[in-house]
Design a protein around this ligand. Structure first.
Ligand SMILES: *Cc1c(COP(=O)(O)O)cnc(C)c1O
Length: 373
């Protein structure tokens, strides 16, 4: 088999999606599944839809086009503010987009009119993450202008947390977003269908005891793909953490002693961990490197330690039995490692447990393939 490769277990993606969908359904919240970390991989997106996701969200237009070309017809929302230079294509392939700039909304409206369609607008509000978003005091005015503009339809508001700042949203922020939804509704009319509270970092809030108020949507990527809470890194109960496995091939093994050079400015040295008894260490060199993934984001197999990585090599140490040249080693990935590996041209993606053809139409409700093993 090709190396390096990612093995993705689509049964585990379906299971993780369904687990979150069911937990949030009880709280009146639907799941919009975010595919960006997989570069809009169509089979993974389909597994998310089979697990009950209400729709898909993507950050990049190229990924949306990939999904559409593969025949995915569900609603797709662009969650990164569209580039002014891409508005025509955005209107063509996305049902709606998250927006923060009036000039972009006006260009989307003009493009929609040219294409004889209406593009959905969700206004992203800044609530503390300090990445994208309209300041809350400006929201009502902008919303009114969107409502009055032909070619676009105001669909809702949203907020984003824990991306730039790493701070998980508190219940008070969610209450404030609900109040904003009511205020905008009062000012412009009943246009706020979607109130999207955030991403995977919102799950502790959403599944806790708090009132969910007007929040009826979350955009979930990492929790579905990796089964972890992105803020703490902890596994989410009942979810698989190993839907993805990175497999790399050993190209050299030797018993060079490990003496990290100190005082070198190479950033990769920050990732070196000293191993206790260096005389017994065998170095294992694998044909994968920084160009393929985030080496620091790989979980080392039991008995091995990361020594370092360069653009094309991964060097790990072991005191245990040394694998042969030509053998494979398997790694779990964090979000950063996954996102880079999925985009790497030299990494093949192998699917396991594709949806059985006979279950093709049973997209809702638990199918046999959704049993936890
Ligand atoms: C990436 C992203 C998400 C999904 O975040 P996860 O942590 O993967 O759940 C949601 N919303 C926006 C705006 C994003 O950029």
């Amino acid at each position: 088999m090709n190396c390096p490769r990612i093995e993705v277990d689509l049964h585990k993606i379906r299971h993780n999606t369904q687990t979150i969908v069911e937990r949030l359904k009880r709280r009146g919240i639907r799941v919009t599944a975010v595919t960006k970390a997989t570069c809009g991989h169509p089979a993974i997106a389909q597994a998310m839809l089979d697990g009950g996701a209400a729709g898909l969200a993507e950050a990049r237009l190229s990924n949306v086009k990939r999904l559409r070309q593969a025949g995915v017809t569900c609603p797709i929302t662009l969650i990164r503010t569209p580039m002014l230079s891409q508005v025509n294509d955005v209107v063509q392939v996305c049902d709606a987009s998250y927006n923060t700039e009036m000039s972009v909304i006006a260009a989307l409206a003009a493009a929609a009119l040219r294409q004889n369609t209406v593009h959905g607008i969700i206004l992203m509000v800044e609530m503390g993450d300090l990445r994208e978003g309209i300041m809350p005091q400006d929201l009502g005015d902008l919303a009114r202008r969107v409502v009055d503009m032909p070619g676009v339809a105001l669909k809702g508001i949203g907020a984003n947390f824990a991306c730039l700042s790493g701070i998980a949203p508190a219940a008070a922020k969610m209450r404030a977003l609900s109040v904003l939804a009511n205020d905008v509704g009062g000012q412009c009319g009943p246009f706020i269908e979607t109130v999207s509270g955030g991403n995977s970092a919102n799950l502790p809030w959403a599944t806790g005891g708090h009132a969910t108020g007007r929040i009826n949507d979350l955009r979930i990527g990492e929790a579905i793909l990796l089964g972890v809470d992105p803020v703490t890194g902890d596994q989410i109960g009942g979810m698989y953490r190993d839907a993805f496995t990175l497999v790399a091939e050993v190209i050299e093994t030797d018993a060079k002693s490990v003496h990290p050079v100190v005082g070198n400015a190479d950033h990769t040295l920050a990732r070196i961990r000293r191993v206790p008894d260096i005389s017994k260490i065998t170095r294992i060199i694998l044909a994968i490197g920084h160009q393929d993934t985030d080496a620091a984001g790989l979980s080392m197999p039991a008995g091995t330690t990361l020594i370092g990585a360069t653009s094309d090599h991964l060097v790990i140490g072991t005191c245990d039995a040394t694998p042969c040249v030509g053998s494979e080693m398997r790694f779990r990935m964090n979000y950063s490692a996954l996102m880079r590996a999925m985009a790497a041209p030299d990494i093949q993606i192998n699917r396991r447990n594709d949806r059985p053809a006979t279950n093709a139409h049973k997209v809702h409700g638990p199918g046999k393939h959704l049993t936890l093993v």
